[in-house]
Design a protein around this ligand. Structure first.
Ligand code: SF4
Length: 343
């Protein structure tokens, strides 16, 4: 890739039409190209065989599709597949395919590394290296779609999507495009550690995307120990903006709660969570922490069930999130971290 080349996968159909018309090409060529990129998941412009050779050569001087290539792929016994994908500048990101009975989700990364420093997260180790471009985000979904039809996209891989919001929103619009993959807004979920101004911005856009918020503790002292971002945006401001999100979009929020033995799994913690989310249109995902990645102790299964029961008693809609890919490096940042250690 040279400096003047862009990612075709990050270009909206209308933008491509306008560019081609300025270059003296017919508008319909843009739709042909968009179809090759988003429906056929082409890897090279030279694959677009219904375009004249001169058009392909001209495109190649200006564009690459997404520039991703596969470094490693791990397949779990439960069907989960984890990909380590190399970017054009030799950085790498993780992308996970998660098949379920009624859907096939892809978990995408939005940044290389992350600046937010959550204490349980392998991605945090490297700090933020760079934001991904929209074409690199869409490219991850296209890469998986070559092997498995994709129905859902979750932004829960490496990075904080709301810290790269403009590229993430561009990617969402392209993924949603009926001329491309046409993934419904309600089948796309953004996961955040709680960037309050960006949640407000998202709410005010009124998109129908799902929002998942990593909570992990119901009091500021404990949450700040796990997530430094809580010092900037404490729980009161986070819950207030989440209420605004629900009111503005009509969508229920999912709160993620990583359960750590002896830290946030007591009856008192369940009570604090019940108080914090009282009357909230939400769903609580309880995730027993992965000790191999986080260094925190995982509660025994009986303690996990008991905690969920306590949440039910307090009127919260909650469930334990089933662990996927436990026999591979499935936690966010784990595969890339191990690959960097080897190199
Ligand atoms: S959990 Fe998410 S926001 Fe926190 S450090 Fe990891 S990637 Fe960043």
């Amino acid at each position: 890739m040279n400096r003047s080349q862009g990612f075709l996968a990050g270009c909206k159909l209308k933008e491509l039409e306008d560019i081609l018309v300025v270059q003296g090409l017919p508008r319909y060529r843009a739709r042909q190209i968009f179809t090759w990129v988003h429906r056929h998941c082409a890897l090279e412009i030279s694959d677009m065989i219904n375009l004249p050779r001169t058009v392909r050569e001209s495109l190649e001087s200006q564009w690459i599709i997404h520039g991703l290539c596969e470094v490693e792929r791990q397949v779990s016994q439960d069907g989960t597949e984890k990909f380590l994908l190399r970017l054009v500048d030799n950085q790498s990101v993780e992308t996970v395919y998660i098949p379920e009975s009624d859907r096939a989700a892809v978990c995408v990364s939005s940044q290389v590394g992350c600046a937010l420093g959550c204490s349980f997260c392998a991605t945090a180790c490297s700090g933020l290296i760079r934001n991904l471009r929209a074409g690199e985000i869409v490219g991850q979904v296209l890469w998986i779609n070559r092997f498995h039809p994709v129905s859902n996209v979750v932004f829960m891989g490496m990075g904080e999507p709301l810290a790269n919001l403009s590229e993430v929103l561009r990617a969402v619009e392209i993924l949603n495009s009926p001329a491309g993959m046409g993934i419904g807004m309600r089948r796309i979920t953004l996961s955040t550690c709680g960037l309050v101004p960006e949640i407000r911005r998202l709410a005010d856009l009124g998109l129908q995307v799902g929002l998942a918020v990593s909570l992990h503790a119901a009091d500021d002292e404990k949450r700040s120990q796990l997530m430094p971002i809580n010092r900037r945006y404490p729980l009161a401001s986070l819950v207030e903006v989440c209420s605004h999100y629900v009111a503005a979009t009509g969508r229920r929020i999912t709160f993620e709660y990583a359960l750590i033995a002896g830290f946030n799994d007591s009856e008192g913690d369940a009570e604090a969570l019940g108080q914090l989310l009282r009357g909230f249109n939400c769903y609580v995902n309880v995730i027993p922490v992965n000790p191999a990645v986080s260094g925190f102790p995982r509660p025994v299964d009986a303690a996990v069930s008991l905690f969920v029961e306590k949440l039910f008693e307090r009127g919260l809609n909650a469930a334990v999130r089933r662990e996927r890919g436990s026999d591979i490096d499935a936690a966010c940042g784990q595969l890339r971290h191990r690959s960097l250690e080897k190199s």
